[in-house]
Design a protein around this ligand. Structure first.
Ligand code: NAP
Ligand code: MG
Length: 494
């Protein structure tokens, strides 16, 4: 049984899609197209124009002229803010349609996309709409010691950084587009967005809704394709800033590519986040630890993929998480009973099952799962691995699938060091009834998001991003506006 498809969704997936450049739908310069598969079946879902470097040139020209001469930079912040707000409204009006599209293209349960991905995307635009009118500089009292007696008037202007290239992954396709585009637009930037090859559909639908909301031509351009358009965007001499979410490996390539014109760079990369359960934790920690890893099939950069449980309760908590893992209903995203869908792609399926095999070969035990599910599509069982130690590949590397590695701890002084023993620093969870202990540990953890007695909490007002190899800069909150603005100091001798 599946959810009945919205008429708009049926029409959308059966229509071949073009690139969105300068407010027009256009074929790729090469004329090439590619298929986006349905991860629940492996069969073709839709066909999309395949952008390359030449299409990025066209899109950057459009974004450049919309920024340099066009209406976006000349509009008042209030006008911009109202358009951004309308984008949020249109996303909310099309909630179920967008959730179905996301479920089809990415594999995630419709029921989850409907209450999480789509409402969070709408809220991101609403939140950022308010910031459009609140970006401000300061007046400064300066001293200039080598000009005694002079009178000065100094102030700062916070200005849009310019044309922004944005490259996003496939795990939250619509939400990642929202996290990227909403603040860039609020700051007054223009955008070229490169969605992931696995999940281009919701970004294309969003481009249509943005045009309907009144975003002028050229302000937002969407160029799906493979790595080539992403690389071309990161290297482009007329792009002022690149914002990337994806793997740490590609993040490092972006930094190199950006060096040509020293464009500004922000990066939201991988993680191997610790989730620490103390013996005095509430029983809700068990379901919390399961949600920390299994939400979005573990395809979450901040997933609580290393579970540390204080020795006295290790067996109880880990068996509790394993029982939940065994009870999760795995199936197609559009089946109303589905709690976990397929992984996004064949590549990701092979990657995750490769890690499972490697973990077992190094001596890990699967208390739950450990294998694949069904005989078609990219389904992997929710998995809990024990008998793991700090040097194993499954403990050190980001798996990006529904696989948690569990380890006991007994030394309270050592747990921060153990948790921090990773090149990443994106998130961490702490479960305890002793709130002083939680805050003391929160200070010691080198990660951008700390969740106490909760996990995977996202909000447009909460800054999100990583320490160490998890990235540069923050998304969301007002922190993100630093990514999309330059500061100009103006000084006048009176
Ligand atoms: P990825 O290669 O880093 O892809 C992310 C985005 O970058 C996609 O749009 C991708 O295009 C694009 N891209 C790829 N190569 C590029 C290049 N040289 N220059 C510019 N852009 C480029 O991630 P993936 O291959 O989809 O997944 C691999 C691993 O990355 C996962 O297993 C996971 O560990 C990690 N990951 C992390 C996040 C996160 O939220 N931090 C999200 C997704 C994946 P294509 O779609 O054509 O590849
Ligand atoms: Mg890739």
């Amino acid at each position: 049984m599946t959810v009945t498809l919205d008429k708009n969704v049926e029409a959308f997936v059966s229509t071949p899609h073009q690139l969105f450049i300068n407010g027009q739908w256009t074929d790729a310069a090469s004329g090439k197209t590619f298929e986006t598969p349905d991860p629940a079946t492996g069969e073709t879902l839709a066909r999309v124009a395949e952008g390359d470097a030449e299409d990025i040139n066209r899109a950057v020209r459009a974004a450049r002229s919309a920024f340099d001469d066009g209406p976006w930079s000349k509009m008042t912040p209030s006008e911009r803010g109202r358009i951004i707000w309308r984008i949020g409204d249109l996303i909310a009006e099309h909630n179920d349609e967008l959730a179905q599209l996301e479920s089809l293209d990415n594999g995630k349960p419709f029921a989850v996309a409907k209450v999480a991905d789509v409402p969070l995307s709408a809220d991101m635009f609403w939140y950022m709409a308010g910031w459009a009118t609140k970006i401000e500089g300061n007046t400064l009292s300066i001293s200039v010691p080598y000009m005694p007696g002079a009178n000065w008037h100094s102030y700062t202007l916070r200005e849009p950084v310019g044309v922004v290239g944005q490259i996003i992954p496939w795990n939250f396709p619509l939400l990642m587009a929202a996290w990227k585009m909403a603040p860039a637009l609020a700051a007054g930037c223009t955008v070229v967005l490169k969605p992931a090859e696995q999940t281009p559909l919701s970004a294309l639908r969003l481009a249509e809704l943005m045009a309907e909301a009144g975003v002028p031509d050229g302000v937002v351009n969407v160029v799906p394709g493979f790595a080539e358009p992403g690389a071309a965007l990161a290297a482009h001499p007329h792009v002022d800033k690149v914002a990337f979410t994806g793997s740490t490996e590609v993040g490092k390539l972006i930094v190199h590519a950006a060096a040509g014109n020293l464009k500004k760079v922000s990066l939201e990369l991988g993680g191997k986040s610790p989730n620490i359960v103390f013996a005095d934790a509430d029983d809700s920690a068990v379901a919390g630890a399961a949600n920390a890893i299994f939400f979005n099939h573990g395809q979450c950069c901040v997933a609580g993929s290393r579970l540390f449980v204080e020795q006295d309760r290790f067996d109880e908590v880990v068996h509790g998480v394993a029982d939940i893992a065994k009870s999760i209903k795995v199936g197609p995203g559009l089946d109303p009973g589905t709690e976990m869908g397929p992984l996004v792609s064949q590549e990701q399926y092979e990657r995750v099952t490769g890690y499972l095999e490697h973990g077992k070969s190094e001596g890990a035990t699967a208390l739950a799962g450990g294998g694949t599910h069904g005989d078609r599509g990219y389904f992997v069982q929710p998995t809990v691995l024990t008998n793991t130690h700090g040097n194993m590949k499954v403990v050190r590397e980001e798996i990006f699938g529904p696989v948690v590695v569990a380890q006991p701890f007994s030394d309270l002084d050592e747990i921060a060091a153990q948790a921090n023993d990773t090149p990443y620093g994106l998130g961490a969870g702490i479960w305890t009834k002793d709130i002083s202990k939680a805050h003391a540990l929160a200070k010691k953890l080198r990660a951008g998001s700390i969740y106490v007695n909760c996990y995977n909490v996202f909000d447009a007002a909460l800054p999100f991003g990583g320490y160490k190899e998890s990235g540069w800069g923050r998304e969301m909150g007002h922190e993100v506006l630093h990514n999309y603005t330059e500061v100009k100091a103006v000084t006048t001798l009176l």
